[in-house]
Design a protein. Structure first.
Length: 307
């Protein structure tokens, strides 16, 4: 088909619906009505003389022809987006958008940004605090920072290891003013415990310590590490926290480490669709955060398959 006859609007509608597996989500992404997306897809099917979707009740599935066309279009639209971003982001100024795990954002990144700004004062950092997977579309985040208990397969992305998480018990020093720090795990277990999302992490810590106090099944369960840290700072109990997230709190005396025992618990990764295609601000931020953790970056390329 000649370039002048390419049905670009219909191709955009089909690509969004195929990638998201939803006409509704495609309409939201493109800021048009569901009817408009459906009409464009049907017009494209008529032009091509084949079905691109198998339609079921409230559900669509790509046909073999649809899957073949989607693979071509997604790569093409991504290349166009990258090319436009590259032209607009030349030079040392600009903006980099990040999608960051809430615990990492509040526990480390926000405080460390002053160091990045000192080196790159003309680059603005826009942080989206979210745990959801990132599509890396044209107006989406360019980089993501994600936590994983083990290597996960983020579709159509590359990931670089930042550091392995080490969890240790921390609490406000006022919690132990009367009796001093606990001498062993059983004594620690007599205090209120703060849990992040699940009680299984404390269970693992006590298991490795050779103790099983009844209190491990009690205590508040909070949604993320930032909330757990705030509760610990407020003297509400003992929390297992990523040791890198409380460096400043320990140095200024707001928190004390309650035990030398720690446990490994997953890792953080820097994620991008393709590191070789980052904008100049994205490249500079990626280099800065890798240097900040300075553990020797291991690149992990992930195939374009569902996780």
């Amino acid at each position: 088909m000649k370039r002048g006859r390419l049905p670009l609007t219909a191709l955009r509608s089909f690509e969004a619906a195929g990638r998201l597996e939803s006409v509704t989500l495609a309409a939201e992404e493109l800021f048009v009505s569901q009817a408009a997306v459906s009409r464009q897809i049907r017009d494209l099917e008529t032009l091509l003389g084949c079905s691109l979707f198998a339609r079921h009740y409230r559900q669509i599935r790509l046909t073999a022809e649809g899957s073949e066309l989607l693979a071509v279009l997604t790569g093409a639209f991504d290349a166009i987006s990258d090319g436009l971003d590259g032209l607009s982001d030349r030079g040392e100024g600009g903006e980099v958008r990040l999608s960051v795990e809430p615990s990492f954002a509040s526990g480390w990144l926000v405080g460390a940004l002053r160091n990045f700004r000192a080196v790159h004062p003309n680059i603005d950092v826009v942080i989206e605090s979210s745990s959801r997977l990132t599509e890396f579309r044209s107006k989406d985040a360019e980089l993501a920072i994600r936590f994983s208990l083990r290597h996960r397969h983020w579709p159509r992305t590359q990931a670089r290891w930042l550091y392995d998480v080490e969890m240790a018990p921390f609490a406000s020093p006022g919690l132990f003013e009367a009796e001093g720090l606990p001498s062993d795990a059983l004594e620690l277990g007599r205090h209120d415990l703060l849990h992040e999302d699940t009680r299984s992490v404390w269970e693992k810590w006590f298991q490795e310590a050779g103790a099983a106090p009844d209190s491990v099944r009690r205590g508040p369960v909070l949604a993320d590490g930032g909330l757990v840290r705030q509760a610990a700072l407020g003297g509400q109990g003992v929390a297992l926290i990523d040791t890198r997230m409380v460096t400043d709190d320990v140095e200024n005396g707001s928190l004390v480490r309650v035990s030398d025992r720690s446990i490994g618990f997953g890792a953080y990764f820097l994620v991008a669709r393709d590191f070789s295609r980052l904008s100049r601000p994205g490249q500079l931020f990626a280099q800065w955060i890798e240097d900040a953790f300075s553990g020797g970056v291991r690149a992990v390329s992930v195939p374009a398959t569902a996780s």
